[in-house]
Design a binder for this molecule. Sequence first.
Ligand SMILES: Nc1ncnc2c1ncn2[C@@H]1O[C@H](COP(=O)(O)OP(=O)(O)OP(=O)(O)O)[C@@H](O)[C@H]1O
Length: 252
Amino acid sequence: METILETKDIKKTYVFDKNIKQDVLKNINIKIKKGEFVSVMGPSGSGKSTLLYNISGMDRITSGNLIFEGNEISGFSENEFSKLRLEKIGFIFQHINFLKNMNIYDNIAFPAYVAKKQSRKEINKKTEELMKKTGIFELAEKDITEVSGGQLQRAGICRALINNPCILFGDEPTGALNSKYANDVMDIICGINKEGTTVLLVTHDIKVALRSERILFMKDGSITGEYHLGKYENEYKKREERLSEWLMKMDF
Ligand SMILES: Nc1ncnc2c1ncn2[C@@H]1O[C@H](COP(=O)(O)OP(=O)(O)OP(=O)(O)O)[C@@H](O)[C@H]1O
């Protein structure tokens, strides 16, 4: 299968002052295949979110190579990264940051208005389609303060998908939700993956990781293990046993 995203020896170093540096990502080499569903797990502070932000173009790596759809992008300018994020990348945050003076519908459609790749008619069609798919169509006119956390998270997924990204990143996308909402959100993400979108999530939650086909384990800024679960089917119990056993071996 074709690789959509590859990292070669990427590093991220935070410099606090002249003498204090922290290497948060240390020579990370990963390959994500087109259409794959990958989760990143690991202890708190191991660098999972930093990895996600750096490989999605939200933040800049310190050194190494970042290859997206076969093109080296680590040297991109801010403008080039903005364009790439807008057109090719979807990102679901744990705590969605919506614009306060816009209703849910316009918040979802906003990145499409900015990208100017779709006509108004196409944007409306896509927005409605996504809102129906995630079960929030009736909330279109609502203010962001008038909906539940689970509904807001679904709206965040719609916004992340409005420009038809090739790859969807999520930083603890179910972290702020109760288990019912978390399950619904994961059903939606799995559905999107089945339709062909590559998904890469950071999670602490084994239930979320169980939906993915491959788990990367991070410790102290390095990928220290990976586990192939295979495509999510119905053999939930067996997957849970296998993954729990592996995570125990990884000291998680
Ligand atoms: N902007 C920043 N400036 C300085 N240090 C940072 C910054 N962002 C993260 N760090 C540090 O990098 C390390 C890794 O943080 P990161 O948030 O990536 O870990 P994580 O594995 O996602 O943790 P958690 O599971 O708790 O969210 C931590 O020591 C953190 O303090």
